[in-house]
Write a protein that binds this ligand. Structure first.
Ligand code: HEC
Length: 236
């Protein structure tokens, strides 16, 4: 089986080489070099054109909302010397590009006791997977990734909850209750949806604190939240 697969591959390679030799264009040579990312290694498919994990939209928000918070790893607290609020700072220590299992910042997610990060062990498996695959793909500063976002998709379980988990909950949960706002459960999120603060803050409307701190959600994400609220902010 192995051997016949290899034969198949070399046959194809032969075809590709012949085609390339005939054309010798940039794009032909380039195309043959792109290796597809297997689906199981790609927790956020479609987020960038080559299918790799997008740092800006999938990884940075996890660090910002779960690590770079007051008294932990923001620029004023920098516990243990780690500041985890930007690409340049995150990549400085504890990451070996290409090797998640040899990266301190990945290993601590699975520690026990006081070495565990975040201390409450709150990252989801999907969030840990994003960090692992991002490191294994070379820990690159991928930005403007054209993440796929469907403004017509706005169920709580598939869209709203993962969005808030990634970009808000680290700063808004018991034990880290910024602005006394809790977004860690459906019921708590619904309270902020009903009183107008959720949409006001993410839309950066005047009279509200602009959220998430220091950045803005995409127009599509804001539309999803707005439509979910308009449809009754259901636990669907
Ligand atoms: C890095 C930490 C951080 C992140 C990430 C963050 N917040 Fe906040 N949030 C704060 C802080 C701090 C305050 C209090 C600000 C103040 O009172 O000056 C706050 C306040 C708020 C408020 C109250 C706003 C008001 O005008 O009263 C809401 C609602 C809120 N956040 C929602 C969100 C949502 C939704 C997200 C994700 C899209 C988010 N936050 C992400 C730190 C954060």
């Amino acid at each position: 089986m192995e051997i016949s697969m290899k034969n198949m591959k070399s046959k194809w390679l032969g075809v590709v080489v012949i085609v390339c030799a005939g054309m010798l264009t940039e794009s032909c040579i380039h195309d043959t070099l792109i290796l597809p990312v297997p689906p199981e290694e790609n927790p956020d498919p479609g987020c960038s054109s080559d299918g790799s994990v997008c740092f800006e939209s999938s990884v940075l928000p996890i660090f910002v909302s779960s690590c770079a918070i007051t008294k932990c790893h923001n620029s004023s607290s920098h516990r243990e010397g780690y500041v985890l609020d930007s690409y340049a700072n995150i990549i400085k220590r504890g990451i070996s590009p290409g090797n998640a299992n040899g990266s301190k910042l990945y290993k601590v997610l699975f520690e026990n006791g006081e070495d565990r990060m975040p201390p409450d062990g709150s990252l989801t498996t999907a969030q840990k997977d994003s960090i692992r695959v991002w490191i294994n793909e070379g820990a690159k500063n991928t930005t403007n990734c054209n993440c796929y976002c469907d403004p017509e998709a706005f169920t709580f379980a598939a869209v709203i909850e993962p969005l808030i988990n990634n970009k808000c909950v680290g700063c808004h949960k018991p034990g880290s209750l910024s602005g006394k706002i809790d977004l860690s459960t459906y019921a708590k999120i619904k309270t902020q949806a009903d009183n107008g603060k959720l949409l006001g803050s993410v839309s950066h409307d005047s009279g509200f604190k602009p959220m998430p701190e220091g950045s803005k959600l995409s127009d599509c994400e804001i539309t999803q939240i707005s439509k979910w609220i308009d449809a009754g902010a259901l636990d669907n």
